[in-house]
Each structure stands twice: as C-alpha cells, then as structure tokens.
Design a protein around this ligand. Sequence first.
Ligand code: SF4
Length: 369
Amino acid sequence: MPDELGDLLETLDCCDGTVFDLIKSEKFEELAGKILKNTVRNPYQTLELANSLRAERCGDVVTFVVNRNVNFTDFCVNRCKFCSFRNSRGYVLSAEEVEKKVREAIEYGCTEVCLQGGLMPGADVEFYVSLLKTVRKVSKEVHIHAFSPMEVLHASRNSGCCVEDALKEFKKAGLNSMPGTAAEIFDDCIRKEICPGKLSVVRWFEVVKTAHELGIPTTATMMYGHVEGWKERIKHMLLIRKLQVETSGFTEFIPLTFLWKNNELGKRVKGCSGFEDLLVVAVSRIVLDGAINNIQASWVKFGVKLAQAALFAGANDLGGTLMEENISRAAGSDSGEFLKVEEFVELIKRCNRTPAERDTLYNILRVFS
Ligand code: SF4
C-alpha cells in the first residue's frame, strides 16, 4: 500500500468518535476527496494495487458458499425506484413451500439458507420468527442468513418494539447472520431520490451496529452505478471501514452494480461499464484493506465472465450457488439462478486460482486442488 494511501486510512482508523460522528464530520469529506484523488484517477495502478493486496491478504484461494435464496414474498410497502422485484408476481410463500425449499437446499448440500423478501404490510416480529422456525424445523445446523436492516426495522415498527428486542427474538429463533443489504448508497439526499421510504444512513448503522453488538455478523453492501458519483462511493466504503474498526462484525463487502431493467430508475440511468465495475471492486479492496478481508464479486450481478475478471481486480470470493434468484432476475440479470458447485470449481480453475467452499463466516470447508 503506498504510504500516502496508508496514512489516509490510518487517519480514519485513529480519529476519535464513532461512525455516527464521522457521518457528520467535515473532515470526512476532505478525506474521501484525497482517497478519490489517489485511486480513481490512476485506474490501471489502482487495479494492480488491488490485485497485489488481494494476493497478500487472501492468496490464490477463491471462495464460494453453497447456499439457497428463499425470497418469501414480493409484496412490499416501499417503492424504491431501482426495484424490479416488488409486486412482480404478487406472492407469499406458505410455511409448507418454505419448508420444501429448505429441504431441497439441505439435500443439495447447502450450508446456508438466505431469507429475504419485500416489506409485507403488517409483517411483525412474530411473522419473521415463524419463518426462522420453519427453517429450523427442517435443520438445526443450517446457517440462517436473513433479513436486511430494513426488514428488521419494519418488523420492530409493526410490533411496536425496539430493534434490539426484535433482533434478540430473531437470534433466539435461530438467526445466525444478516445480509447488509438496504445500504444502497450512504447519502441521504440520494436515498430520498431513489428510495424515499427506506431507512436513513444513521438508522442503517444503528440497526447493523446493534446486530454486531448482539453477536450477529452481517455482510456489507453498496449499490452503485445510478445517480451517485465516486465521492459518494468512497464515503460509503469509509463508513463501512469505520464501523468495522469499532465492531469487527462485517464478514465481507459486496459491491452491487445497479441493474436497470424493469424499474423506474432504469428509465433515466443505465448502469455503469464493466471497466467501472472492476474499478469499484479494486477501490473497495484498497479502502477496506486491513479491515475487511473478503471482497465479493457477485456472479449474479456481474455475470460469470466479469466476475472472473474481478478476481484480478481485488475480489477473492464469488458469492453463493443461490439455487434461485428473483431480485436480480426481475431487474434483467441473465446470469441464471443457480451456479452449481462444479461450475464454480471450473470457472475458478480457469482463472488459475484454487477453488474452495466456505461457510457463511468464511471458514474453509473444502479445497478443490
Ligand atoms: S428494494 Fe426492497 S424495500 Fe425497496 S421496493 Fe423493492 S422489495 Fe421493497
């Protein structure tokens, strides 16, 4: 890491105060500007640096998780302008249907079940607890990765309780970790424009920090390639880094490129280029260096070939098998819904890297040498 960049990140790590102080700090703006100058303006150097940091931190191993998505409903009270999933089919899975999907997942060898859905009117803590119990009825061992910070807030509001109590109930019912989705981009002005009903930046960090303090790890995400710019992206990554220094609760960072089909925002903006996607991966590897080791290239968002290219731009993980994928598919992703273990192994080997199956928390389960 060049001295200047390393010093800038150290300034952030050592500055007094919490992530909430940083959000309000004027110095934050200045810091993001300096990091921007040191990365994006030299794209080829940035890609090279990110690749060498990846090699130093993670070696040649490329991981993936064998998991299944269960999107239990597409009914949603929100109207995010980038969303193509909301009310696209108008369904709620019954407990039997959820159970069947979880059984299929276990039969395939999934170690993780990921539950996420729209914000169904009136869905309260009890509703979400019953989903967790349905999964636990099928398997005591499978890792349950479930409910975005927005879903947690929605449940707590509908039950008239605080977020902490909702999370405690979820943990008691079997929740192991949470997706750090609903992060979109950490800029309240942009959020008002693209997802006005969604929780604010401060609220997102409150929910995630509470989860981390209760021993519920989360992923960290960023949706980019719409109306934001590089400065907002870097500020987003810096806030993630700051909370990680405080809690160590993030398992990975997942840059999610905006998919523009079948949504309102897509009428105005068409997403960014593949080269810019690679640069986002590279900048996140650099900005999060020493804080978050795992940078994921999502094959369902990028497509398999760009995800392979991202392995040379700082990424060390390709996400999960998924088995079904409704959210990106609705927004025009044509990458498919299910990438089998043997396909992961093959596509990683073609990059001259070592494939390894991991669990949700990045423990290596098997290496395919
Ligand atoms: S992104 Fe999520 S919260 Fe927003 S409208 Fe779609 S389903 Fe609802």
